[in-house]
Design a protein around this ligand. Structure first.
Ligand code: SER
Length: 899
């Protein structure tokens, strides 16, 4: 049975049984504290906790999920995939254990001719939470499973209890296992074959009825239970890949119809037969799995980077390229593999095909970047390996491996393998120690950045009294009432002059920061009091919270107030947000439809927009985009906002942001019809000409495959240009030329300065030449050693210093008496010292290399070299005189010790 069919039967079964079919949410988790959607229930969390009323009592979905904690296991076991699909059915306070068991059993054991999966009931085993007698009885009664095939498992062996790992809904669970037969493991059911290959878990039914608190220990199930959820819910998750491989009669999840074509392609490209050699098989499975995960992640708007989601994607792509290399394919491989994965997935996810130009360009750019990394890394590796061998050491230092990994992105397994090829081992303990150290550092950083989790209960209570209607699309000033005040997470009744508190109103014209648009500024007034609005946010869906400072008077909960948005601010905000849409449309007009926005921020006078694009724009393209944007503004296009069902908005091609979850009904903002059509809740001007002006000020990279443009808007745009004009006229005045002659004049001046610098250096060198003669005459006697020390003038180069000491030594000769010449300079960017010794000095133990070390240490650096001439440097130019003194002292000491 094809995966598409398994999916269809699942959704049909639950739809027939009164469930609303909900499309998969994005892989990008809606909850910012986790990177990815890891289970089917994630999009439904607010309904499970009761934070929001569920719009339907029953729902079903096939959710795209990513879990990468077991990435190293991929390909080695039968069932570890980084991307997988979880088929789920959910009840929000509707049916509970009986209903869940009945519905699942019917689908799993129902005949294939009747829309079921047709699993043999005699091969199915059940596990329940050890104290859950009710579930035990339900399985017996409703499904007729014999007692000996229902096993109890506990909390602390991490079985049969489920939560996302974060505070939120939790509950005991019950799982359905399929017995693959004695050839896969011992008898005795899942309780015996834990984690083995014989009893394969296909479906997890969670009886979501508790609210879980924070972790209390290292185990997955060490956490506190805060109490009951408002309702008893059902959350189930069936692993689609597992059911697929059982029903397709293949050995593992990598061989199902959605993955295997990629393995086949990898096998063809490498000329390695799948099934011939275990190690190669694992590599091909890694390719099959990771290519699919990367495809899906990029599809949902993730781009490769060095942190967070982007890093996971980068790792998946690089591991694929790497696995192909190990299979013997050194050429670019993604252009051969990614389209195959797309074709295997597109029937379930048609957007992969329509969006493939963008998806593939992100992936291919990453492969090219990685191939470059491999080239540079290989050079660094070769140097380090040769040095190690020359020094006669058998082991490559751990910090070299670490540096290759950390600085050059060179994977450790490549280092290990290349070292082995050269007959070297790698100090893996030291490597791991450095990695741990770095991870600890990163953790400490993250902790110090993380803001304390606000206690949401005060907001939740306010939210229970209803959503806050937003009046700000129609008016800037609204008569309203204080619904509640919150200070440090606690509801309070009064706020006094000087206090900063959070304020919830019955209705508000203040726009809460969202969709990239900054929050509105303004004031709220009441009888005898005035408040300044500092920030406006929506901590819970539907609830608008104003952070305010009481400028005068006092404010009481329940009081009538007048909320007034600053009209100047709002005009600026509208211009900036509409300006963002205009720049987006202009980018797509100039670069093509794949230049899709991935994020934005705007506030009065300023906007920035991140978009999918692989390389820098270049000045000409930038001007073109700027011109397209300003032409759009000049065309005086009408701007409209319309509400419509999400489906309809997609049909008419309204652009949505990756990773955002949208309601059933969405607001579509259009400018000039389809020229710019986006899902957007922001505030906008009425006609494009009201934006005034957009001036691009910068363009930069924000990770591979993603660029950022910044711009000033409206009067700020004008001010920016005016400032530039003033600057140009000042320069023209100073240089006494016409503005258009500036470029030519300035390059001439730069050339002249270069020429002058060169001449100056020549003069200095000539002066140092005559200096040598002078210095030989003024040599100091240090216990019979002729000691010449000289602090060279600022700007002298290392070469000048070297020539000088060699000159002095040459003039004084190699014979007796011993000679030490030292010269240093403080001010040539970094303090430098050079020392030369003659033969007699060396005979008496005065070695240039050692003397330099002392001097350089004093300068805060290091150095060394041969016995006869050596140089070093440091970082503290104020220590030059002291360094020369130290050398003199050491000369004296060495002679005393030697005699
Ligand atoms: N949330 C449970 C799981 O992920 C069931 O859907 O296994």
């Amino acid at each position: 049975m094809e995966t598409a069919e398994i999916r269809r039967r699942f959704l049909d079964h639950f739809e027939r049984n009164g469930h609303t079919v909900v499309p998969s949410a994005s892989l990008i988790s809606p909850d910012p504290s986790v990177l990815f959607t890891i289970a089917g229930m994630v999009p439904f969390i607010p309904y499970l906790t009761g934070q929001q009323a569920a719009p339907y009592p029953r729902a079903t979905s096939v959710q795209k999920c990513i879990r990468t904690s077991d990435i190293e296991e991929v390909g080695k076991t039968t069932r570890h995939g980084t991307f997988f699909q979880m088929n789920g059915n959910f009840s929000f306070g509707d049916y509970f254990k009986e209903g869940a068991v009945e519905l699942a059993w019917e689908l799993v054991t129902g005949s294939q001719d009747d829309g079921g999966y047709g699993f043999d009931p005699d091969r199915l085993w059940i596990s329940v939470f050890h104290t859950d007698d009710e579930a035990f009885e339900v399985w017996k009664k409703v499904a007729g499973v014999p007692e000996e095939r229902i096993q109890r498992m506990g909390l602390h062996d991490e079985e049969n209890y489920w939560s996302t790992g974060q505070p939120g809904p939790a509950g005991p669970s019950s799982e359905i296992f399929y017995d693959r037969g004695p050839e896969y493991g011992p008898d005795g059911g899942p309780a015996v074959d834990k984690g083995g290959d014989r009893f394969l878990e296909i479906w997890n039914l969670v009886f979501m009825q508790y609210e879980r608190g924070v972790s209390t220990g290292p185990g997955k199930n060490d956490f506190e239970i805060l109490g009951d959820l408002p309702a008893k819910n059902i959350d189930t998750g069936m692993g689609m890949e597992r059911v697929s491989y059982l029903l397709q009669g293949v050995d593992n999840m990598y061989e199902i119809d959605q993955v295997f074509p990629v393995i086949k392609q990898a096998s063809e490209l490498s000329g390695k037969r799948y099934g011939a050699n275990h190690e190669d098989d694992v590599r091909m499975r890694v390719v099959g799995d990771h290519i699919r995960s990367s495809l899906m992640l990029i599809g949902d708007g993730v781009t490769p980077s060095n942190e967070g989601r982007g890093y996971v994607l980068r790792r998946l792509l690089r591991r694929s390229v790497r696995a192909m290399r190990l299979l013997g394919v050194d050429d670019r491989t993604l252009p051969e593999l990614l389209p195959v994965s797309r074709d295997a997935m597109k029937s379930a996810y048609p957007e992969l095909e329509t969006d493939f130009t963008r998806i593939s360009s992100v992936a291919y750019a990453e492969e090219d970047a990685f191939r470059k990394t491999l080239r540079t890394g290989t050079q660094i590796f070769d140097l380090a390996a040769d040095e190690t061998k020359q020094a006669g050491r058998p082991t490559l230092a751990g910090d070299t491996a670490f540096k290759l990994h950390d600085t050059y992105g060179f994977p450790i397994d490549i280092t290990l393998e290349m070292a082995a090829e050269k007959g070297l081992s790698v100090d893996a303990d030291e490597f791991r120690r450095l990695m741990t150290e770095q991870r600890e550092r990163a953790k400490a950083d993250a902790k110090s950045k993380k803001v304390g989790h606000a206690d949401m209960s005060a907001y939740r209570e306010l939210r229970d009294a209803g959503v806050t209607p937003f009046t700000g699309y129609e008016e800037l000033s609204t008569d309203t009432r204080v619904r509640g005040l919150v200070r440090d997470g606690v509801a309070v009744l009064v706020a006094q002059e000087g206090d900063t508190v959070e304020l919830v109103l019955d209705r508000t014209p203040f726009y809460a920061e969202s969709g990239g648009q900054d929050s509105d500024a303004g004031i709220i007034t009441a009888d005898g009091s005035e408040l300044e609005v500092l920030d406006v946010q929506r901590p819970i869906k539907g609830l608008i919270v104003h952070r305010v400072r009481v400028r005068s008077g006092e404010l009481v909960s329940g009081q009538d107030v007048l909320a007034q948005v600053d009209p100047e601010w709002r005009i600026g905000a509208c211009q900036a947000h509409s300006g963002t849409h205009v720049v987006h449309a202009a980018l797509r007009e100039v670069l093509g439809p794949q230049a899709l926005q991935s994020g934005s921020y705007n506030k009065p006078g300023y906007l920035r927009l991140d978009f999918a694009w692989g390389q820098a724009l270049g000045p000409e393209t930038r001007s073109e985009v700027e011109e397209a944007a300003n032409l759009g503004i000049r065309r005086n296009l009408p701007v409209s906002a319309t509400y419509m069902p999400l489906e309809r908005a997609k049909e008419i091609g309204a652009l949505a942001l990756f990773g955002e979850t949208y309601d059933e009904d969405v607001r579509v903002v259009e400018m000039g019809g389809e020229w710019s059509r986006e899902l957007c809740g922001g505030t906008h001007v009425a006609r494009s000409s009201q934006i005034g002006l957009v001036t691009l000020t910068g363009e930069s990279s924000v990770g591979a495959g993603s660029r950022r443009v910044e711009a000033f808007v409206g009067i700020e745009g004008f001010r920016y240009l005016a400032k530039e004009r003033t600057l140009v006229s000042q320069l023209a005045d100073t240089l006494n030329v016409q503005p258009e002659q500036l470029p030519e004049r300035i390059s001439r001046l730069v050339a002249q300065v270069r020429e002058a610098e060169k001449k100056l250096a020549q003069l200095q060198r000539a002066a140092l030449g005559t200096k040598a003669a002078e210095l030989t005459g003024s040599a100091k006697d240090v216990l019979g050693v002729r000691f010449v020390a000289y602090e060279a003038p600022a700007g002298s180069s290392t070469e000048d210093l070297r020539n000088l000491v060699l000159d002095v030594r040459g003039k004084l000769g190699e014979q007796q008496p011993a000679t030490v010449a030292v010269t240093a300079v403080g001010d040539n960017g970094r303090p430098t010292v050079v020392i030369a010794t003659n033969q007699e000095a060396r005979n008496r133990g005065l070695k240039a290399g050692e003397l330099v070390k002392t001097a350089a240490q004093t300068l805060g650096g290091g150095g060394g070299g041969k016995d006869d001439v050596a140089q070093g440097g440091g970082s503290d130019p104020s220590k030059v005189t002291e360094a020369l003194g130290r050398v003199e002292h050491l000369v004296g000491e060495t002679i005393t010790r030697g005699s």
